[in-house]
Write a protein that binds this ligand. Structure first.
Ligand SMILES: CC(C)(COP(=O)(O)OP(=O)(O)OC[C@H]1O[C@@H](n2cnc3c(N)ncnc32)[C@H](O)[C@@H]1OP(=O)(O)O)[C@@H](O)C(=O)NCCC(=O)NCCS
Length: 200
């Protein structure tokens, strides 16, 4: 397996790898049809075997403090995408990608990296194993029910000014962690989004 920088020729393989990698985690419906591009510079690495992209890690970094990171501090970076195809997991693929990116960020003078991930155990364990520290959490809530007569929809959406509609297909919002017990019975999907940070 080769760990190297992403090149534009990798785009189709990158999109496919991300799609399959995310299928068995809570980001399964976060589908991209093109590789994300960033306003700030980035370090994007891929793991390749026999011409196939089997893992990916993208980090966007700051030229000026505060341009990318949510948490305050020195010049930082944010990991936006990390995924490894199921058959290439638990053999150090993500760790090799991270070591490659970490060295590049260090050489660029980046002092810290943050990431936001949901409550999937493999991802949380992986970040903790690398030394990322949990700093902040919030909820990503999807309220159940598609009819506008649904009491939950009526409770949370002001339907007065929306005009004639047949229903609300999906109500997806972010909320403070403290509302977890209240929202859990109403939600068909409810995730804790966890912000981690690591000093390089
Ligand atoms: C998270 C992910 C990138 C890890 O990739 P990987 O190549 O398997 O990770 P590595 O082999 O480098 O590291 C293995 C370590 O990760 C953690 N880990 C990975 N899979 C795990 C699992 N199923 N259960 C618990 N811990 C797990 C453990 O700390 C493990 O170390 P251990 O074997 O000593 O327990 C991979 O599981 C993945 O692609 N998941 C789906 C996509 C995703 O969640 N991305 C992050 C969203 S931001």
């Amino acid at each position: 397996m080769t760990i190297r920088e992403y090149t534009p020729q990798d785009e189709t393989g990158w999109v496919r790898c991300r799609l399959i990698s995310f299928l068995d985690c809570s980001y399964y419906d976060d589908v991209m049809r093109q590789k994300e591009t960033y306003q700030n510079p980035s370090v994007c690495a891929v793991a390749e075997e026999n011409g196939k992209i089997v893992g990916l890690l993208d980090a966007e970094y700051e030229l000026e403090t505060g341009a990318v990171c949510h948490f305050p501090g020195g010049k930082g970076a944010v990991i936006w995408h990390l995924g490894v195809l199921p058959e290439y997991r638990k053999i150090g693929t993500a760790s090799k990608l991270w070591e490659f990116v970490r060295q590049k960020l260090l050489a660029l003078g980046i002092t810290r990296v943050e990431v936001w991930t949901q409550d999937d155990e493999p991802a949380n364990r992986w970040y903790q194993k690398q030394g990322f520290v949990l700093k902040e959490s919030y909820l990503n809530a999807y309220v159940r029910g598609t009819s506008k007569d649904n009491s939950a929809i009526q409770k949370y959406v002001n339907l007065q000014n929306i005009g004639d509609i047949f229903g609300v297909r999906c109500l997806n919002f972010e909320a403070p962690l403290e509302r977890k017990a209240e929202l859990a019975p109403l939600c068909y999907r409810l995730y804790e989004v966890r912000g981690y940070e690591m000093q390089l």
